[in-house]
Write a protein that binds this ligand. Structure first.
Ligand code: ATP
Ligand code: MG
Length: 438
């Protein structure tokens, strides 16, 4: 994209309404704008981030055998009356009436809809297991929308739902999903720690939340420092083997890690004192196993091996895709701005033309830009170098390719790595090779 022709409205000043760093930086870097309380529009660079996150989430869901679907945002209230949750859900649910006075709602989650969909389409145990997911907007009328996209009212979520024949197979699915989550967060360039969690209004027995540690997080967390060194994904896991999945699950969940809601004194005392860590975290994912809670209440069964009807065992698995954009910034920034992990960045590099109108500078910039217009943001504005440098740091592109008249004479550019501040002079081809690698 050429910056001179892009909608990338960066701000010099901190917006007064933003209390935490990710919200400030998302506004300042021109990623989002608020359109109503807790509701945001994603501008071009922000949308690229959202798409990059979604794509990694999608690939890791597909990799463990989940199938992508797309369910609507609007749901019939009747579905929720069948499960008994329509009244129980409370004022977070946005209830709507259509012109025929039929009750609808803007989905805050999709257990009911997917259970109904499953019931319409799967009739026999032979078609189990099934894991389905979608990446779709949710609405929850949060009491206190705040922190920008971190606690919005409308937000993008990946939610997956699993249907298994029996408990053992449901637990294997749960563990496979936990693995998929760790792989997802690793690829996103952040560390999210799985913590034992309360099963809350969704109900059920087994649940983990994934938290990115950050001082501005809404959850208090307690964990064993051993977790800081543990590389959960250092050994490959055979996801078809229940034994391998069990070993993996134990390895990951053995060190103490709990949110304040689930913190227990006995478990805490068992952690050697010098290894006890307390902090705060942002919840970016939440997984549940809840058995036949919905299949039973909604009367959705399949024929079993012995001819009797049985209620499949379910789990649900959420990732806050739009919240992640903010949470990643909480974890990856400095005083000058965002430091995007490579996989999430809206552009791999910005090309900084330090002397617009200089024939040589313009030619080099154009040449670089033309190699890959998707990957590069070309700062071709007639602005001072200082402004361009500041905006580049603010927007957080992993690389900055600086093209100035002195270097240009010898065919050289300066390549700066945003994360480390390292800069080196090199040929255009060498810079391109580095920036476009991997
Ligand atoms: P929280 O405790 O933060 O309200 P939750 O337990 O209600 O989260 P889930 O129902 O498990 O959340 O939803 C799955 C994921 O969706 C969460 O882990 C979080 O990342 C994201 N999420 C939930 N509520 C919001 C929100 N209001 N804004 C943005 N993302 C959200
Ligand atoms: Mg909530």
């Amino acid at each position: 994209m050429r910056l001179s022709r892009s909608l990338l409205p960066t701000l010099k000043e901190n917006p007064a309404e933003a209390q935490i760093v990710s919200h400030r930086l998302m506004l300042r870097a021109g990623l989002i704008r608020q359109t109503a309380s807790g509701i945001y529009a994603w501008l071009p660079a922000g949308l690229k981030v959202l798409r990059n996150i979604s794509q990694i989430v999608r690939e890791e869901q597909d990799r463990v055998g989940a199938q992508e679907v797309l369910m609507p945002t609007l749901q019939s209230a009747d579905l929720w009356k069948r499960s008994g949750r329509y009244d129980a859900y409370g004022p977070e649910m946005l209830r709507i009436q259509d012109r025929h006075k039929r009750e609808l709602l803007y989905g805050p989650t999709n257990e009911e809809m997917i259970t109904d969909l499953f019931g319409q389409t799967v009739k026999s145990y032979k078609d189990l297991p099934q894991v389905l997911y979608h990446i779709q907007w949710k609405f929850r009328d949060e009491m206190r929308p705040r922190f920008g996209v971190m606690r919005g009212r409308e937000f993008l979520m990946k939610d997956a739902y699993s249907f298994d024949l029996d408990y053992d197979s449901a637990v294997a699915t749960y563990r496979r999903m936990l693995l998929a989550y760790l792989r997802t967060f690793q690829r996103l360039g952040v560390r999210a720690v799985p913590m034992r969690a309360d099963t809350g209004p969704i109900g059920g027995e087994l649940s983990h939340e994934f938290l990115i540690l950050a001082p501005t997080g809404e959850s208090g967390v307690f964990y064993d420092a051993a977790l800081e060194e543990l590389d959960w994904l250092d050994e490959p896991v055979d996801t078809n083997s229940p034994v391998a999945l069990e070993a993996f699950f134990n390895r990951v969940t053995t060190p103490y890690a709990a949110t304040d809601e689930m913190h227990d004194e006995a478990g805490w005392q068992a952690v050697p004192e010098e290894r006890r860590r307390e902090g705060r975290g942002v919840e970016v994912g939440h997984i549940f196993y809840f058995g036949d809670k919905y299949t039973r209440s909604m009367e959705v069964s399949v024929s079993g091996p012995d001819g009797n009807q049985l209620y499949p065992e379910m789990g649900s698995y959420g990732i806050g895709v739009s919240r992640l954009a903010g949470a990643i910034i909480e974890a990856c920034h400095d005083d000058n701005g965002i430091i995007w992990p490579d996989a999430v960045a809206p552009f791999r590099a910005v090309i900084l033309n330090l002397k617009n109108g200089d024939e040589l500078c313009d030619a080099i910039c154009e040449r670089i830009y033309n190699t890959n217009e998707e990957a590069f943001l070309y700062d071709d504005r007639a602005e001072r170098a200082g402004v361009k440098f500041a905006d580049a740091d603010l927007m957080g592109h992993p690389w900055q390719i600086v093209v100035g008249p002195r270097g240009a004479k010898g065919g050289k550019v300066e390549l700066k790595r945003r994360a480390t501040g390292e800069r080196h002079e090199m040929s255009v081809d060498d810079a391109l090779a580095l920036v476009l690698a991997g």
